[in-house]
Design a protein around this ligand. Sequence first.
Ligand SMILES: *[C@@H]1O[C@H](CO)[C@@H](O)[C@H](O)[C@H]1NC(C)=O
Ligand SMILES: *[C@@H]1O[C@H](CO)[C@@H](O)[C@H](O)[C@H]1NC(C)=O
Ligand SMILES: *[C@@H]1O[C@H](CO)[C@@H](O)[C@H](O)[C@H]1NC(C)=O
Ligand SMILES: *[C@@H]1O[C@H](CO)[C@@H](O)[C@H](O)[C@H]1NC(C)=O
Ligand SMILES: *[C@H]1O[C@H](CO)[C@@H](O)[C@H](O)[C@H]1NC(C)=O
Length: 494
Amino acid sequence: FSNLCGTVYTAGNLIFTPDGNSILSPVGNRVSVFDLVNNKSLTLPVEMRKDIKLMALSPNATLLVTIDKDGRALLINLPRRVLIAHFNFKAPVKAIQFSPDGKWIAASHEKYVEIWKAPGFNREFAPFVKHKTIGGHYDDILNISWSPDSKYFLTSSSDMTVRLYRMDASKDYVPQTLAGHRNSVLGAWFSDDMQNIYTISKDGALFHWQYRTRAAARDSDDEDEMDVDDGEANRVDKAQWRISGKHYFNQNNIKVKSCAFFAPSNLLVVGFSNGVFGLYEVPSFVNIHTLSISQHKIDTVTINRTGEWLAFGSSTLGQLLVWEWQSETYVLKQQGHYYNMTSLSYSADGQTLATGGEDGKVKVWNTTSGFCFVTFSDHKSNVMAVEFAKQGKVLFSASMDGTVRAFDLVRYRNFRTFTSPNPVQFSSLVVDPSGEVVCAGTTDTFEIYVWNVQTGKLLDILAGHTGPVSSLTFSPVGMLLVSGSWDYTARTWD
Ligand SMILES: *[C@@H]1O[C@H](CO)[C@@H](O)[C@H](O)[C@H]1NC(C)=O
Ligand SMILES: *[C@@H]1O[C@H](CO)[C@@H](O)[C@H](O)[C@H]1NC(C)=O
Ligand SMILES: *[C@@H]1O[C@H](CO)[C@@H](O)[C@H](O)[C@H]1NC(C)=O
Ligand SMILES: *[C@@H]1O[C@H](CO)[C@@H](O)[C@H](O)[C@H]1NC(C)=O
Ligand SMILES: *[C@H]1O[C@H](CO)[C@@H](O)[C@H](O)[C@H]1NC(C)=O
């Protein structure tokens, strides 16, 4: 198994590999890897029982953790594409992050954070070992982010607060609370120098926090606690974090749906419920780019390591996009079928695959790269059958909209449309070996229509079946057509 064609993104988060060359995208219960440099994709030969909801990748890009909606997880060796272990977090996991040094995994477990030792590279008896469970929040934790030095992490929660934890703290440690948001906090991040924290809530409020160490506070007048020893005095978690700037995304009733922060260049990407994205510089809150990429909500966004590429996933549209914001161009733009896929057909040389779907679309995929390179939207209803002509670059499709269409795969256009005198619904299709005759069976009148491909003229209507005509094929030799039907008969036609 090497590639899953027809779908590019279904749900969950997207991850850029650290080299920036590839993007990992969840497709149902599997993961596809899109190579953005060589324009290729492949699907990992590992599958989960249920669809993937969340993924995390170790900083050295060797270990991939995939999690389903129930908290069941797989540990995958990404370079070798093999499954290392199964694991169950025993609760839905909303956030999971490897520490930047690769030693730990922080995962949310309702209102708690579980810290796990990062599993080893090889198969082990118990690859997941829990280090500790930390509480503090009053509601579900939505996101976790580590400090660049791996010593602290921030959690953002539905309880409208952010908490700052120290990794090596003792059991009775009380995390610092950053309160002030009036809605669920979706993300909280340290700046690279750890002097700033940025937090963003669902209602569109972005706060900038800065701290004053207790040592600094002690030197000023309003110091209230004097009993901190100097070793601790400069610690980030002992400091007093205060809001030093507030910004409200001025969008009437529009909620923040997704967000990502890129610390090296202080860039924040915010995705709103109306499909608009904003790229902001912090702490200035200057909007450097706005993009409306969809009428539908975008479920996830991520930035590559140099901050130039933004990857978006929309589960409603099954869309995966990689956008280079400086040049305003798509690096990758792929979309699967909106509803179910109903039919597929290989070209004679096996290089291309055509798919038809309930969305009325006909898509053509390159079987080597796994990318769709053309989509035909001419049909008005379900496409029930697709078929390549044996010779030449011609593709046919039959639809419930009462048409059979022929597409030119050199000029990418619908060059001929075959119709019936009375409206019918087509459900099966075949092209004769010479490519001169096309036949389509119907679901409602149980007939087979025969057309001349060149002229588009209807040559014959073959009646006889008493149920929907579900399959058609030509004998490779001689002029013999065979039809199969829900009436339990197969018929041969001269
Ligand atoms: C990959 O696709 C991009 C964008 O379509 C194009 O600019 C680039 O040249 C392609 N690379 C290769 C190796 O084909
Ligand atoms: C990669 O990181 C994981 C955990 O983060 C570690 O177990 C593994 O040994 C590392 N592998 C290499 C090749 O460095
Ligand atoms: C897809 O097909 C399945 C099985 O035929 C059906 O249950 C489901 O409703 C279909 N989905 C959509 C979106 O039409
Ligand atoms: C399919 O993609 C590969 C590269 O990924 C390319 O070399 C090949 O020409 C493409 N084939 C077709 C039929 O477009
Ligand atoms: C945080 O969680 C929210 C809701 O689950 C999600 O929309 C957002 O993209 C997440 N942000 C990050 C940085 O993971």
